[in-house]
Design a protein around this ligand. Structure first.
Ligand code: UT7
Length: 334
């Protein structure tokens, strides 16, 4: 049997600063009621000094290594899914390598917006199939707060910062990654973009209040046709789930837990309804952390894992959707 990719450790890092909806009411014309009912978000985390994308990623990676019982020197490869690395060069992954002391690894970033973690996991899986002994750190890390226009109520209320990581290696057991499928549709890029490209070096700043953050705003803008993104996200992930379940010859009743990208509670409810999955089986962190792009799935995975929500042999469904458009699904036997 070909080796399967197995997650042997998870970790996450959330910035200390909690930004509430009530605070946002003082920055843009919005209300706790609007944000809660339209998105499900109550608070989000905002990175500050010492919480650059690579620093949060390294913290999450160290926690995943500890859980896995693997040293940084044993890591062969580091992949970071991110659209908010501090610099265009070097990659966030190389900074993580330096920070954790993984000198035997090679390291690179991939850009697939909110789908970045699942894309990275899929790449790791291809390496594991050829070299099952490899130990790979797969990370999703973002500092969207440094790119958001804090005067644009359409987008600034949605996003948060953080990082999640996992250690992946090969296994000959029945568990691990059973199947996955990635998709892209570049024709629709204008429905969700961040342009002009963010400043190459966009450090987070030390600050107490969010209005101060306006001074660090780098001029890039989230262009988002919210309703269209919503529609495509539900349809894209819904169709992908159905195709995957059919391919594997299982039904939605076999799924123990779905861990999706966290963009909007209404997207998650519509997705669950579309594929006939009871919403109790959808793991959510959106209320606490908002949308942290590529970091949202691995943060949710780590929280579910540490809460004891994942039992051995559980069938897990990952689903993601983001700018590009990019999207995908994966089925895991835990
Ligand atoms: O990770 C992938 C990235 N993004 C997404 O997945 C986002 C997907 N889309 C969404 O989550 C939702 O479309 C949003 C949460 C962004 C918006 O919710 P919506 O129910 O689609 O609202 P809308 O854009 O249709 O706006 C409805 C109204 C508008 O006012 P009018 O034109 O009806 O008078 C907006 O101007 O709500 C207004 N509005 C706000 N009001 C208070 C927009 N943002 C706000 C706000 N506070 N923050």
């Amino acid at each position: 049997m070909t080796a399967r990719s197995k997650i042997i450790g998870t970790g996450s890092y959330l910035p200390k600063r909690i930004l509430t909806n009530n605070e946002l009411e003082k920055i843009v014309e919005t209300s706790d009621e609007w944000i809660t009912t339209r998105t499900g978000i109550k608070t989000r985390r905002i990175a500050g000094s010492g919480e650059e994308t690579s620093e949060m990623a390294a913290e999450a990676a160290n926690k995943a290594l500890t859980m896995a019982g693997v040293t940084a020197q044993e890591i062969d490869m580091i992949i970071v899914g991110t659209i908010t690395a501090e610099m265009v060069m070097p990659s966030c992954a190389c900074l993580v390598q330096k920070e954790i002391g993984a000198e035997n690894a090679f390291a690179f970033d991939i850009s697939a917006a909110c789908s970045g973690f699942l894309y990275a996991l899929e790449i790791a899986d291809r390496y594991i199939k050829n070299a099952p002994d490899m130990k790979i750190l797969v990370i999703g890390a973002e500092t969207l707060s440094a790119r958001v226009d804090w005067q644009d109520r359409n987008t600034c209320i949605l996003f948060g910062d953080g990082a999640g990581a996992c250690v992946v290696t090969g296994s000959n057991d029945e568990d691990g990654l059973l199947s996955s499928q990635l998709y892209s549709d570049g024709r629709l890029w204008q429905l969700l973009s961040l342009d002009p490209a963010p400043r190459c070096y966009c450090p987070v700043v030390d600050y107490e209040t969010i209005p101060d953050r306006k001074s660090s705003y780098d001029g890039s803008t989230f262009n988002m046709a919210g309703r269209d993104v919503f529609k495509y996200a539900v349809r894209g992930m819904g169709d992908a789930v159905e195709i995957l379940l059919n391919k594997e010859g299982i039904t939605v009743d076999d799924i123990d837990l779905m861990i999706p990208h966290q963009a909007n509670i209404r997207i998650l409810k519509s997705l669950a309804e579309r594929v006939n999955l009871p919403f109790e089986k959808v793991y959510t962190t959106i209320q606490k952390y908002g949308n942290s792009s590529a970091a949202s799935l691995p943060i949710a995975l780590d929280e579910a894992n540490r809460e004891g929500r994942l039992q051995k042999d559980d069938l897990l469904l990952f689903s993601v959707f983001g700018g590009g458009f990019t999207w995908g699904v994966a089925l895991w036997r835990w």
